[in-house]
Design a protein around this ligand. Structure first.
Ligand code: PLP
Length: 386
């Protein structure tokens, strides 16, 4: 079968050969009627699950009421979304800029850090991923994405994660900000050790730089805390959120602490940022996370996944990384060859680097579905061993 998509798309997404047509909770269906447990979830977007009734109702209602209202106008639903977000964030992170994606949130964060400090240098992490627009791409580590596009922003240094001394030494009086993912997503589900995150928080405070936690993937509860930086008891100066927060509707947030200060009027704006449709979806998503206690659920399910996988004793596994439902299973061999066998078993997973299988299932996945996910993984890994 040929798809118009393949004829007309630019071709930057190698296709998986599956056409998804419908989703509900943790499950999706393809055009042949096959059912899958969805541990891709739009790269962690569907944290509250697909077609969450609350999100669906809110989007339907708002679409028929008012979809667009540039942020120069007040919007009741935008106000309610921001007020709800404020109840879930650390109290210090109480002011927000709304945009439409992860990379845009990172752009905003970099600009706000430059404005707040009057400096330009950035320190980022080896294997870090912050998006692909020019500013954010400067902080992204992977050279294959950066080199063909160069020159990017000047003054960005990449330092290995968890090397406390080297990282702290890279932060000086010219550093505008340090940007890190508390748990790296694309880079292989690698966690900042709590002492590491605390040490760079202390050094940024001491030197007048800002600490930006890019929680586009780790945020909104996926790791068992609303922010993954909370596991280290760190409150960053800026937190970026996107992926899960819109429940499937594009929505990005730059959350700002007191050190960001005032941003001059019109210095940074977005036509679509804060539109009522995305805010209604975001509000419904946060209400679902709160009322269904999905943050705790993500922690419990993550423990269940790990315990069952460890008990299976797969010799193909080198390590199990991440927290909550942000899971990386590092193999002793390349992981790509396992994606299709997993799909054949009714499980959609993705990679995070060459040797890591990544699982980002919705937090509404049932215990039985979670077990089935692990059992499918054990099956395909065991077959490879035999
Ligand atoms: C996905 C991701 C981004 C980029 O988000 P887009 O919406 O794809 O632009 C940035 N940072 C992190 C940590 C991400 O996981």
């Amino acid at each position: 079968m040929t798809y118009d998509e393949d004829r007309f798309e630019l071709g930057v997404y190698p296709k998986r050969g599956i056409t998804l047509v419908r989703g509900e909770g943790a499950r999706v269906w393809d055009d042949a009627g096959n059912e899958y447990l969805d541990a891709v979830a739009g790269v962690g977007v569907a944290f509250v699950g697909h077609a969450h009734p609350r999100v669906v109702a809110a989007v339907r209602e708002q679409a028929g009421t008012l979809m667009t209202a540039y942020s120069a106008f007040h919007s009741d639903v935008r106000g309610r979304f921001l007020a709800k977000l404020a109840t879930m964030m650390p109290p210090e992170l109480g002011r927000y800029f709304l945009c439409n994606s992860g990379t845009e949130a990172v752009e905003g964060a970099i600009k706000f850090a430059r404005l707040a400090t009057g400096r330009t240098k950035l320190v980022a992490a080896v294997r870090g991923y912050h998006g692909k627009t020019l500013g954010a791409l400067s902080a992204t580590f992977e050279r294959a994405y950066r080199d063909p596009i160069a020159p990017l922003l000047d003054g960005v240094t990449h330092v290995p994660l968890n090397k406390v001394d080297r990282f702290v030494d890279a932060i000086d009086a010219e550093t505008a900000a340090v940007i890190v993912e508390p748990i790296q997503g694309e880079g292989g589900i690698r966690e900042c050790e709590p002492e590491f995150l605390r040490a760079i928080a202390a050094k940024t405070a001491e030197t007048g730089a800002l600490l930006i936690a890019d929680e586009v993937q780790s945020g909104c509860g996926r790791t068992g805390a609303f922010l993954a930086s909370s596991h280290a008891d760190v409150v960053p100066d800026i937190v970026t959120l996107a992926k899960a927060i819109g429940g499937g509707v594009p929505l990005g947030v730059v959350a700002c602490g007191p050190r960001v200060g005032e941003i001059p009027p019109r210095m940074h704006t977005s036509t679509f940022g804060g539109n009522p449709l995305a805010c209604a979806a975001g509000l419904a998503t946060l209400e679902a996370i709160d009322e269904e206690r999905l943050v705790d659920r993500a922690g419990v399910l993550g423990d269940r996944f790990r315990a069952r996988l460890i008990a299976a004793g797969c010799t193909a596994i080198r390590s199990i990384r991440g927290r909550g439902l942000m899971i990386g299973v590092e193999l002793k061999q390349k992981a790509g060859r396992f994606l299709q066998p997993l799909a054949d078993q009714g499980v959609l997973a993705m990679l995070a680097g060459n040797t890591v299988l990544r699982f980002l299932p919705p937090a509404v996945i049932t215990d039985a579905e979670c077990d089935r996910l692990v059992d499918a993984l054990v099956d395909v890994l065991t077959e490879a061993d035999a």
